[in-house]
Ligand binder design. Structure first.
Ligand code: ADP
Length: 258
């Protein structure tokens, strides 16, 4: 185990941007509102290697959500560049960005965001439909099997538990085999045991299918499932921890908040 405390600074990001599933380069984000300017991100450079599972942690207001939004192309940085799967998404027009997002990115949210009128099968098939293709049944069933829900394919979200709904959302995020899955507090609404099962699943698919996952969480237990944790404070990456235990991650968070 490599243990680097939060005081040891950001991870080095060697090599060209295209070598990473996601590469953010000198990204800043400044919000301007009636109450003034907020520098939410103050120059973040980091490469997420293909097949890596990274948790983003930091005190409230440190810029985690803003970072995820900018890295996923849901919001535009004020300056800097974001490259996903070799494409500079900061230079893209909205329509091209939407197409790229559908092809190269998957999303998992705390609130599952499934469509209530559709079965689990049809929810998983949705990203393929949205991309204008006919979803191959075998592919959708394989994605459901991957998350252990073969028997629930015909059920609607209201007929599934929270953990099952989140597993449908994970299958939906993975069905297009995206370059990267962005997850925002994916276990925030789940109990401890269900959270562990969902995180086990995320870690397994990352390791077995070489998927890249970037997950914002405030929970050290959830973050301990990642290969590494990046710590943000005041809009900057201030440290990282590789393969840290929940206790070590909690300690690093305490140090940051002290
Ligand atoms: P975190 O996810 O770590 O809690 P955020 O990315 O939500 O942090 O917020 C970072 C900073 O940017 C905070 O100071 C927050 O108040 C500010 N902020 C976030 N979104 C907006 C917005 N839409 N308008 C103005 N300020 C914002």
């Amino acid at each position: 185990m490599t243990l680097t405390t939060a005081l040891n600074g950001p991870l080095p990001t060697p090599g060209p941007a295209a070598a990473y599933a996601v590469h953010v380069d000198a990204v800043t984000k400044t919000y301007t509102s009636a109450s003034g300017r907020v520098e939410a991100l103050r120059g973040i450079t980091h490469g997420f290697a293909p097949g890596s599972f990274t948790a983003i942690m930091g005190p409230s207001g440190s810029g985690k959500s803003t970072f995820l939004q900018c890295a996923a192309g849901l919001d535009r940085p004020t300056s800097g560049r974001v490259v996903v799967g070799g494409h500079d998404i900061t230079a893209m027009k909205p329509a091209a960005l939407t197409r790229l997002r559908r092809a190269q990115m998957g999303f998992v949210f705390q609130s599952y965001n499934l469509l209530g009128a559709l079965t689990a099968h049809d929810n998983v098939a949705l990203p393929i439909r949205l991309a204008g293709r006919r979803p191959p049944r075998a592919r959708v069933l394989a994605a459901l099997a991957e998350v252990g829900l073969t028997d629930q394919a015909r059920r609607r979200p209201a007929e599934l538990s929270g953990g099952q709904q989140q597993r449908v959302a994970i299958a939906r995020a993975l069905v297009t085999r995206p370059a990267v899955v962005f997850a925002d507090e994916p276990t925030g609404a789940l109990d401890r045991a269900t959270s562990r099962a969902v995180l086990d699943l995320v870690r397994r698919v990352t390791d077995e299918h070489h998927q890249t996952v970037v997950m914002v969480t405030h929970d050290p237990m959830a973050a301990s499932y990642a290969h590494q944790v990046l710590f943000l404070a005041d809009g900057l990456v201030v440290g990282h921890l590789r393969q840290g235990s929940a206790a070590q991650i909690a300690q690093a968070m305490n140090d940051l908040e002290a």
